[in-house]
Design a protein around this ligand. Structure first.
Ligand code: HXC
Length: 259
């Protein structure tokens, strides 16, 4: 499918790569881009060959936030009635296969929120994260005030949301926002290697693991542990569980069928 605001490709026959592509606006996010991102994610999620998805931007910007030139035109009644700006932001959450954000440059406002909606973030050394909405007289609108404190704790989240300061990649790694920091010229190699590793894992276990870790963010501890136990039990009905354990005991490599 042709996209105007994305570059989409497949790597190694098993990883879907989606690059946000509005370079003149530092990948500022508008409704068209978010619609296309949702469609591209859905297509990879439905493709049996694909086991993991990487979302990335350019070397200068993952995304500098929602497009301010669009938002400036809207009133409360416009955005409340039509859900312009925020209607299509939750598509990322419905993706069942693992999604890695490979972030270089600015990940600000909605850009930081898109990165946090991915399952984990690999950052280049030049990455900068921030929720500067307050300077525009608004607050984060796509989960920033909810996901940021869960990721980095209340104090740092308040600091960022209230002062609008940016966090560099090293601070983001110390705070737990990103899983690893790599040199800029190695960002895609690292992200693709991680994605290929995940794509080679037994598919159902990877999907169940993602679902279960996400549950930790969306429910209390006892609900989350109960949910995890149910999924853990359910995986004993899969071919890959049988194969994985038999292969381990036979001291041979496992041949996963992703079933
Ligand atoms: C529209 C944007 C943009 C944005 C950058 N541009 N960010 N356009 N919306 N969010 C445009 C600039 O207007 C400029 O266009 C071009 O991209 C290059 O940007 P510069 O500012 O010239 O670059 P630089 O000096 O390097 O500064 C980079 C920057 C700065 C620090 C990222 O652009 C910036 O502060 N951008 C806004 C960041 C922000 O406030 N994000 C939060 C948005 S609110 P021209 O035509 O002049 O070359 C949000 C709410 C989410 O995200 C709600 C979700 C539901």
């Amino acid at each position: 499918m042709p996209y105007e605001t994305l570059q989409v490709r497949t790597e190694a026959g098993k990883v879907g790569v989606i690059a946000l592509n509005r370079p003149k606006q530092l990948n500022a996010l508008n409704d068209q881009l978010m619609d296309e991102l949702g469609a591209a994610l859905k297509a990879f999620d439905a493709d049996d060959a694909i086991g993991c998805i990487v979302v990335t931007g350019s070397e200068k910007a993952f995304a500098a936030g929602a497009d301010i030139s669009v938002m400036t035109k809207y009133s409360f009644s416009d955005v409340f009635r039509t859900e312009y700006i925020s209607r299509n932001w939750e598509a990322l959450r419905s993706v069942r296969k693992p999604v890695i954000a490979a972030v270089a440059g600015f990940a600000l406002g909605g850009g930081c929120e898109v990165a946090m909606m991915c399952d984990f973030i690999i950052a280049a050394e030049n990455a900068k994260f921030g929720q500067p909405e307050i300077k525009l007289g608004i607050i984060p609108g796509a989960g920033g005030t909810q996901r940021l404190p869960r990721a980095i704790g209340k104090s740092k989240a308040m600091d960022m949301v209230l002062t609008s300061r940016m966090m560099d990649a090293q601070e983001a790694e110390r705070a737990g926002l990103v899983s690893r920091v790599v040199p800029l010229d190695k960002l895609m190699d690292e992200a693709l290697a991680a994605a290929i590793t995940i794509a080679d894992m037994p598919r159902l276990a990877a999907m169940a693991a993602k679902e279960s870790v996400n549950r930790a963010f969306e429910s209390g501890l006892s609900d989350g542990v109960w949910y995890e136990r149910r999924l853990f039990h359910a995986l004993f009905s899969t071919a890959d569980q049988e194969e994985g354990m038999e292969a381990f005991l036979a001291k041979r490599p496992a041949q996963f069928s992703h079933r």
